[in-house]
Design a protein around this ligand. Structure first.
Ligand SMILES: [Zn+2]
Length: 145
Protein backbone atom coordinates (compact mmCIF):
# COMPACT_ATOMS: atom_id res chain seq x y z
CA UNK A 1 0.00 0.00 0.00
CA UNK A 2 1.14 3.47 -0.87
CA UNK A 3 2.41 5.38 2.17
CA UNK A 4 -0.08 8.17 1.54
CA UNK A 5 -2.98 5.73 1.91
CA UNK A 6 -1.96 4.57 5.38
CA UNK A 7 -2.14 7.66 7.50
CA UNK A 8 -5.78 8.73 7.34
CA UNK A 9 -7.50 9.74 10.56
CA UNK A 10 -11.24 9.54 11.10
CA UNK A 11 -12.66 13.03 11.44
CA UNK A 12 -14.32 13.26 14.80
CA UNK A 13 -16.35 16.42 14.64
CA UNK A 14 -16.37 20.16 14.97
CA UNK A 15 -13.47 21.86 16.70
CA UNK A 16 -11.34 18.73 16.36
CA UNK A 17 -8.92 20.37 13.93
CA UNK A 18 -7.25 23.77 13.82
CA UNK A 19 -8.15 26.14 11.00
CA UNK A 20 -6.11 25.33 7.89
CA UNK A 21 -5.96 23.19 4.79
CA UNK A 22 -6.21 19.38 4.90
CA UNK A 23 -6.56 16.50 2.52
CA UNK A 24 -9.97 14.83 2.86
CA UNK A 25 -11.05 11.33 1.90
CA UNK A 26 -14.69 10.36 1.59
CA UNK A 27 -17.10 8.24 -0.43
CA UNK A 28 -19.04 10.03 -3.13
CA UNK A 29 -22.60 10.76 -2.03
CA UNK A 30 -24.26 9.71 -5.29
CA UNK A 31 -21.81 7.39 -7.06
CA UNK A 32 -21.42 3.91 -5.59
CA UNK A 33 -17.88 2.84 -4.80
CA UNK A 34 -16.31 6.12 -5.87
CA UNK A 35 -13.96 7.48 -3.20
CA UNK A 36 -12.48 10.92 -3.65
CA UNK A 37 -9.63 12.78 -1.99
CA UNK A 38 -9.44 16.55 -2.14
CA UNK A 39 -7.86 19.55 -0.52
CA UNK A 40 -10.15 21.81 1.47
CA UNK A 41 -10.02 24.05 4.47
CA UNK A 42 -11.22 23.99 8.02
CA UNK A 43 -12.48 27.47 8.83
CA UNK A 44 -14.46 29.08 11.61
CA UNK A 45 -18.19 29.20 11.05
CA UNK A 46 -21.22 30.43 12.97
CA UNK A 47 -23.66 27.81 14.15
CA UNK A 48 -26.53 29.73 15.64
CA UNK A 49 -25.83 31.07 19.11
CA UNK A 50 -22.53 30.79 20.86
CA UNK A 51 -18.95 30.85 19.70
CA UNK A 52 -17.93 30.09 16.17
CA UNK A 53 -16.74 26.56 15.55
CA UNK A 54 -13.94 25.13 13.39
CA UNK A 55 -15.41 22.93 10.68
CA UNK A 56 -14.59 21.88 7.09
CA UNK A 57 -15.74 24.25 4.37
CA UNK A 58 -17.94 21.56 2.78
CA UNK A 59 -20.02 21.03 5.92
CA UNK A 60 -23.76 21.63 5.90
CA UNK A 61 -25.56 23.73 8.47
CA UNK A 62 -29.25 22.89 8.69
CA UNK A 63 -30.13 25.68 11.10
CA UNK A 64 -29.67 23.47 14.13
CA UNK A 65 -26.43 21.62 13.68
CA UNK A 66 -23.44 21.14 11.42
CA UNK A 67 -23.49 17.99 9.27
CA UNK A 68 -20.57 16.21 7.67
CA UNK A 69 -20.50 13.05 5.58
CA UNK A 70 -20.20 9.68 7.32
CA UNK A 71 -16.80 8.06 7.12
CA UNK A 72 -14.97 11.33 6.53
CA UNK A 73 -11.21 11.03 6.96
CA UNK A 74 -8.37 13.51 6.74
CA UNK A 75 -4.64 13.87 6.84
CA UNK A 76 -2.21 16.76 6.73
CA UNK A 77 -1.79 18.11 3.24
CA UNK A 78 1.47 17.67 1.40
CA UNK A 79 2.54 20.22 -1.19
CA UNK A 80 2.53 17.45 -3.81
CA UNK A 81 -1.09 16.50 -3.16
CA UNK A 82 -3.30 17.33 -6.13
CA UNK A 83 -6.49 19.33 -5.58
CA UNK A 84 -8.63 16.27 -6.37
CA UNK A 85 -7.93 12.55 -6.74
CA UNK A 86 -10.28 9.69 -7.51
CA UNK A 87 -9.06 6.55 -5.77
CA UNK A 88 -8.24 3.54 -7.88
CA UNK A 89 -8.29 5.37 -11.21
CA UNK A 90 -5.03 5.87 -13.03
CA UNK A 91 -4.96 8.36 -15.85
CA UNK A 92 -2.74 8.02 -18.87
CA UNK A 93 -0.44 10.92 -19.58
CA UNK A 94 -1.47 13.65 -22.02
CA UNK A 95 -1.66 12.22 -25.56
CA UNK A 96 -0.09 15.38 -26.99
CA UNK A 97 2.78 16.25 -24.68
CA UNK A 98 3.15 13.16 -22.49
CA UNK A 99 2.88 15.08 -19.22
CA UNK A 100 1.00 13.61 -16.25
CA UNK A 101 -2.54 14.95 -15.94
CA UNK A 102 -4.71 15.87 -12.98
CA UNK A 103 -8.38 15.93 -12.16
CA UNK A 104 -10.33 19.14 -11.91
CA UNK A 105 -13.69 19.30 -10.20
CA UNK A 106 -16.48 21.67 -11.17
CA UNK A 107 -19.03 22.16 -8.41
CA UNK A 108 -22.62 21.33 -9.31
CA UNK A 109 -23.89 23.88 -6.81
CA UNK A 110 -22.25 26.69 -4.90
CA UNK A 111 -19.79 25.26 -2.43
CA UNK A 112 -20.11 21.66 -3.64
CA UNK A 113 -17.06 19.51 -2.87
CA UNK A 114 -15.94 16.58 -5.06
CA UNK A 115 -18.00 14.02 -3.10
CA UNK A 116 -21.17 16.01 -3.86
CA UNK A 117 -22.76 17.05 -7.15
CA UNK A 118 -20.54 18.28 -9.92
CA UNK A 119 -18.38 17.12 -12.77
CA UNK A 120 -14.87 15.79 -13.13
CA UNK A 121 -12.62 17.09 -15.86
CA UNK A 122 -9.33 15.88 -17.29
CA UNK A 123 -7.73 18.43 -19.56
CA UNK A 124 -4.32 18.96 -21.12
CA UNK A 125 -3.20 20.54 -24.39
CA UNK A 126 -6.02 19.83 -26.89
CA UNK A 127 -7.53 16.95 -24.92
CA UNK A 128 -10.47 17.59 -22.64
CA UNK A 129 -13.07 15.26 -21.18
CA UNK A 130 -15.65 16.11 -18.57
CA UNK A 131 -18.28 13.87 -16.98
CA UNK A 132 -20.30 13.80 -13.77
CA UNK A 133 -18.99 10.29 -13.16
CA UNK A 134 -15.18 10.29 -12.97
CA UNK A 135 -15.09 6.64 -14.08
CA UNK A 136 -16.69 7.64 -17.39
CA UNK A 137 -14.31 10.57 -17.78
CA UNK A 138 -11.32 8.28 -17.14
CA UNK A 139 -12.63 5.68 -19.57
CA UNK A 140 -12.80 8.32 -22.31
CA UNK A 141 -9.44 9.81 -21.36
CA UNK A 142 -7.68 6.47 -21.24
CA UNK A 143 -8.97 5.41 -24.67
CA UNK A 144 -6.21 5.70 -27.23
CA UNK A 145 -6.61 4.88 -30.88
ZN1 LIG B 1 -0.44 18.03 -22.74
Amino acid sequence: MDKAMCNWTDYDGINSLPVGEYLWRVSHQHLDSVVVQFRDKVRLRGHGHGDRVASPKFDYWDGYRVHLPDGLQYRSVDRNDPAVTVEGIDLLTCPFCGEPVMWAFHAGFIGAAPHQRGSFEIKHCFADVQRDDPRKAAELWNTRT
